[in-house]
Write a protein that binds this ligand. Structure first.
Ligand SMILES: Cc1cc2nc3c(=O)[nH]c(=O)nc-3n(C[C@H](O)[C@H](O)[C@H](O)COP(=O)(O)O)c2cc1C
Length: 213
């Protein structure tokens, strides 16, 4: 059964534009994969710790030497890695904060980039055969032709880290100008609608032949 993992990073709940985009993606994916399984990892409901000393000591200790305490420290990381490895498709919905991903998504990444699990000991990516869609909401616009294109660190960073662990089939839905909604110039529904065709095409990848929604 094909599995979609949805990672959500915005703290804004129903007012979030990235969550609006992922919601649309999930609906389109469901049409293309009626028998599929959807797993949601909401980072706002996940007790992620930043990499601190005890966590790093556990991280760098070979699994066969893990103490019960180290196993406990890595339990969430193990769970997040297993969830990622079990997925065929991955959708990451995220805001842009200060040109990059929010701290909570960076913390998630620190938990899933694991030597011996997602990253080989020679630095090779171990996560293969997955398709990832990035649904990125930003106040500004960073796409081709934008005078601030060079500030699109969030997209470059996500593409890079996914490539490092082996995920190269990445589609980006760049939800720029989300500030129009916050300024009352556009409804959230109209904002999401602008990206409908892109989202449908991304969600249909690997779906039923001929399916477009
Ligand atoms: C702390 C903070 C930093 C932000 N930094 C940027 C930024 O660097 N570039 C940008 O285009 N938008 C920036 N924004 C605007 C958000 O990307 C925008 O509000 C987006 O809709 C947030 O995603 P969400 O609606 O899914 O929460 C920032 C917003 C906040 C709250």
């Amino acid at each position: 059964m094909r599995t979609l993992l949805v990672v959500e990073a915005s703290p804004r709940g129903e007012r979030s534009m990235s969550r609006g985009l992922t919601e649309r993606f999930v609906a389109a994916w469901r049409k293309s994969h009626p028998e599929g399984r959807i797993v949601t990892r909401d980072l706002m409901k996940t007790e992620l710790v930043f990499a601190n000393l005890p966590w790093l000591q556990a991280y760098f200790t070979p699994a066969e030497h893990h103490t019960p305490e180290m196993k406990g420290l890595l339990r969430l990381s193990d769970e997040l890695v297993d969830e990622l490895l079990a997925a065929d498709d991955i959708a990451i919905g995220t805001p842009v904060y200060n040109y990059n991903v929010p701290a909570v998504l960076k913390a998630y990444i620190d938990h899933v980039v694991r030597k011996g699990k997602t990253l080989g000991f020679a630095g090779e990516g171990l996560v293969h055969g997955k398709k990832c869609t990035l649904l990125i909401a930003s106040g500004g616009v960073y796409t081709e032709g934008s005078p601030i294109r060079d500030r699109d660190i969030a997209t470059s960073y996500l593409r890079l880290i996914l490539k490092v662990i082996g995920i190269e089939d990445v589609t980006v839905v760049a939800g720029g100008n989300a500030k129009a909604v916050d300024m009352g110039e556009l409804t959230r529904a109209a904002f999401v609608q602008k990206f409908d065709a892109e989202i449908s095409a991304a969600a249909a990848r690997g779906g039923y032949p001929g399916s477009t929604a």
